[in-house]
Design a protein around this ligand. Structure first.
Ligand code: PEP
Ligand code: MG
Length: 604
């Protein structure tokens, strides 16, 4: 651990929404949202000179471009244009930019793109603090020239990213853990961080079930979102504690506070190690009810974590992450087939439930699409062309995905899950498409196994037409994150209304309870794969309702299993109506279920 300097006047706290448990302590790396997709990796000590050379070369290319532009200015061009180019050239040649960027490379081993964006953050703040309005506005010029240099670096064929096939070298991380601080991180960018160097993160916006938070939980790193001003108040390189249990971010902590949190960090590591011993214990309640604990994954490689955590299958493979940030160049059938097959083979005979592409709303395909969806075409993207609606509007893309999924079923047990079904006519369209896909595969002589088809219960409409849906589908999965959104009309990512996004809302609980009871009565499979399934606060309630299939991030499986091993469903179900009929179900559940647990343990 590097040296920690404590400056009393500079110590402060920021509060946000805790979304991924644990404590992380390290140095802040500030990244502007627009630059989150800039590559972040550490450079091998032998490669530092080369990295500086990459930076110098990119800078020179931009200098030449600007000089050429200046040279080609028509005689009648406004003089301001010439002066502006002068300013840009001056900024590019200024040691405050290039000299300091080199320092980030030599001292921290940051790659050139990261070093340059880190230095931009430092300088941008200095500009923000300037009294003189003219000088303050030069920040935009600085951003523009840095953007140009970053673009040249991005095209650089000698970039380690280009030559290392995108693998992030993490062996040269230096001594200090790094924590990411950003205004916002798009879900697609979060996926890049799965392989990255950060050990915790803080964002200004977001809610508990925003996809940014979900990916943080899947990475099992402490995270706080919705911390409003965090990215403005925290400076590059500040020492920061991220408390993912309480939602607190402590900046420049005093030595006493730091020691206290280091202690908590060690405690939570011990707790994790203790829980991980339950890995191979079957999830069976005290009264002998068997419960299936499955994993939610975003990428095929996550399947290994699922197996390691003792999952009995994948309950949700969010296939849309294969489609994101590709500038519209969607994965073809072969690429998808390889990805699904990799997940299926990694699960080694255990079932893999693949959700068909669920883009739209807060999961845009790429940043451009996000901007288009939000600002130009659709005011309420969550109510727009998303998930199955988009798939049915793009039948050729959809058939490609379905063929790839069916082909993967020749290598293990595959289940197909359709997001956002809300109409019986959609169910019929899906049946037609699936029939066609199977015919195509038969004609091409491609083998495939038996694939069960499931519908996601994502909005009140689906829950209310369940009996109709159960005629067309083999199983259903309740996706509570969006079920809460659509039932309560609350955006998952909006911190301004985050306090109203309430999984304990009686309307939400009624819909979940009815769906589980009705599907169980119909003899079909029902699972929950939203964040409620992985939150120990809801385990007793869901068991009482009759749920026996939970899907969550691999890192949550052990904690949920512990709850299940201590539960007695006979006592819990006897209290269910009290909770469902209560005006304050959370309080009632806490009181009645904990009493039930005590009685179960003492045998009375
Ligand atoms: C959900 O909505 O509950 C869900 C599991 O899907 P996602 O979080 O990917 O929208
Ligand atoms: Mg959803």
């Amino acid at each position: 651990m590097g040296r920690h300097w404590y400056i009393p006047d500079m110590s402060f706290q920021v509060f946000g929404i805790p979304v991924s448990r644990g404590v992380a302590i390290g140095r802040a790396v500030l990244i502007a949202s627009s630059r989150v997709d800039v590559a972040h990796y550490f450079v091998d000590p032998d490669g530092l000179d080369l990295e500086v050379e990459r930076l110098r070369h990119a800078r020179d290319v931009v200098v030449q471009e600007l000089e050429q532009l200046q040279h080609d200015l028509p005689a009648d061009a406004p003089t301001e244009l010439d002066a502006l180019l002068d300013v840009h050239l001056m900024l590019l040649r200024d040691e405050a930019l290039t000299g300091a960027t080199k320092q980030w490379i030599f001292e921290r081993h940051y790659n050139a793109e990261w070093a340059l964006s880190a230095q931009l953050e430092v300088l941008a703040r200095q500009f923000d603090e300037m009294e003189d309005e003219y000088l303050r506005e030069r920040k935009t010029d600085l951003e523009q020239v840095v953007e140009r240099v970053l673009r040249v670096l991005g095209r650089d064929p000698t970039s380690p990213l280009a030559t290392h096939n995108g693998v992030t070298p993490r062996d040269f991380a230096g001594e200090d853990p790094l924590l990411l601080v950003a205004a916002d991180i798009a879900p697609a960018d979060m996926i890049q961080f799965k392989r990255s160097v950060f050990q915790g993160f803080v964002t200004d916006i977001g809610g508990k079930t925003s996809h940014t938070a979900i990916v943080a939980r899947s990475m099992d790193i402490p995270a706080v979102v919705g911390a409003r001003e965090a990215s403005r108040l925290i400076r590059q390189d500040d020492w920061v504690i991220v408390d993912g249990d309480a939602g607190t971010v402590i900046v420049n902590p005093s030595p006493i506070i730091l020691e206290e949190y280091r202690f908590r960090q060690r405690q939570s590591e011990l707790e994790r190690a203790r829980l991980s011993r339950l890995r191979h214990t079957p999830a069976v309640t005290l009264d002998g009810q068997k419960v299936e604990l499955l994993a939610n994954i975003e990428l095929p490689a996550d399947a290994l974590n699922a197996v390691a955590a003792g999952a009995v299958g994948v309950g949700l493979f969010r296939s849309e992450f294969l489609f994101m940030n590709r500038d519209g160049d969607l994965p073809d059938e072969e690429e998808q087939f390889e990805a699904y097959r990799a997940a299926v083979e990694a699960m080694n005979g255990l079932p893999v439930t693949i959700r068909t592409v669920d883009v739209g709303a807060d999961k845009p395909l790429d940043r451009l699409t996000a901007a288009e969806l939000r600002h130009e075409h659709v005011l309420n993207p969550a109510l727009g062309l998303r998930a199955i609606r988009w798939c049915l509007a793009e039948p050729s893309m959809f058939r490609k995905q379905l063929r790839a999924i069916y082909r993967a079923s020749a290598f293990g047990k595959v289940r197909l899950l359709i997001p956002m079904v809300a109409q019986l006519s959609e169910a019929r369209q899906i049946e037609d498409i699936l029939r066609k896909v199977r015919e195509q595969l038969d004609e091409a002589g491609r083998p495939y196994g038996k694939v069960e088809i499931g519908a996601m219960i994502e909005g009140p409409a689906a829950a209310l037409i369940l009996s109709g849906l159960l005629r067309s589908f083999d199983f259903v999965s309740i996706v509570t994150n969006d079920l809460i959104l659509y039932t309560l009309a609350i955006d998952r990512a909006a911190e301004a209304v985050a306090h109203l996004y309430d999984p304990w809302h009686p309307a939400v609980l009624q819909l979940i309870a009815q769906t589980i009871a009705q599907t169980n009565a119909a003899g079909k499979g029902v699972g929950v794969c939203g964040e409620m399934a992985g939150d120990p606060a809801f385990t007793d309630l869901l068991l009482a309702i009759g749920l026996r299939n939970f899907s969550m991030h691999p890192s949550q499986i052990a904690a949920i299993k512990q709850r299940i091993l201590r539960a007695d469903t006979r006592f819990l179900s006897a209290k269910l109506n009290l909770v469902l009929e209560s005006e304050d179900p959370q309080k009632t559940a806490l009181q009645s279920f904990s009493r039930s647990a005590l009685r179960a343990v003492s045998g009375h």
